[in-house]
Design a protein around this ligand. Structure first.
Ligand code: 4NP
Length: 157
């Protein structure tokens, strides 16, 4: 079982959408996908209604996901940790205990633009078009990620 964690600040806008998009591209028997926020403001909350709506538009149901905070134990539970922006990156890296932990963390958009460390913009204070933009960025990155994970899984089996 390969385990992937998506991380943003609130775990209500970007990372639950990334979780839903990636889950839909992978078989749940072989891959576990989860999301978390570096902040604690929205623990136990469902995703932002605008994230739920954009997911629904593209055939995904993320309405039952619940916000949780990133924890240092996530370094043990997950094989790869994808952050949405540089602030998330700094927050997650600051909890890393060793180089092995740090090596699990990457910017999600580096899957599309290697080594550029681009941010998925925080859509929380914007309008609906921000969520469309975020969906498109995440879908492109998750398509590349899913293809790569499936290939690695097939090569190893
Ligand atoms: P997210 O967006 O990190 O994509 O879930 C945010 C959600 C809430 C807040 C900030 C960003 N907030 O400040 O409450």
């Amino acid at each position: 079982m390969t385990k992937i964690l998506m991380v943003c600040l609130g775990n209500i806008c970007r990372s639950p959408l990334a979780e839903g998009i990636l889950k839909a591209k992978l078989k749940s028997e072989s891959f576990y996908v989860d999301s978390a926020g570096t902040g604690d403001y929205h623990i136990g909350k469902n995703p932002d209604p605008r994230s739920i709506a954009i997911a629904k538009k593209y055939g995904l149901d993320i309405s039952n996901l619940k916000g949780r905070q990133f924890d240092v134990s996530d370094f043990d539970k997950f094989d790869s940790i994808f952050v949405m922006d540089e602030s998330n990156y700094r927050n997650v890296i600051s909890l890393a205990r060793n180089e092995e932990d740090k090596a699990k963390v990457n910017f999600i958009l580096n899957l599309v633009h290697p080594n550029q460390d681009y941010n998925v913009p925080d859509p929380y204070y914007g309008g609906h078009e921000g969520f469309e933009n975020v969906y498109k960025m995440l879908n492109e990155a998750c398509t590349i990620l899913a293809n790569s994970l499936i290939k690695t899984n097939n090569d190893n089996s």
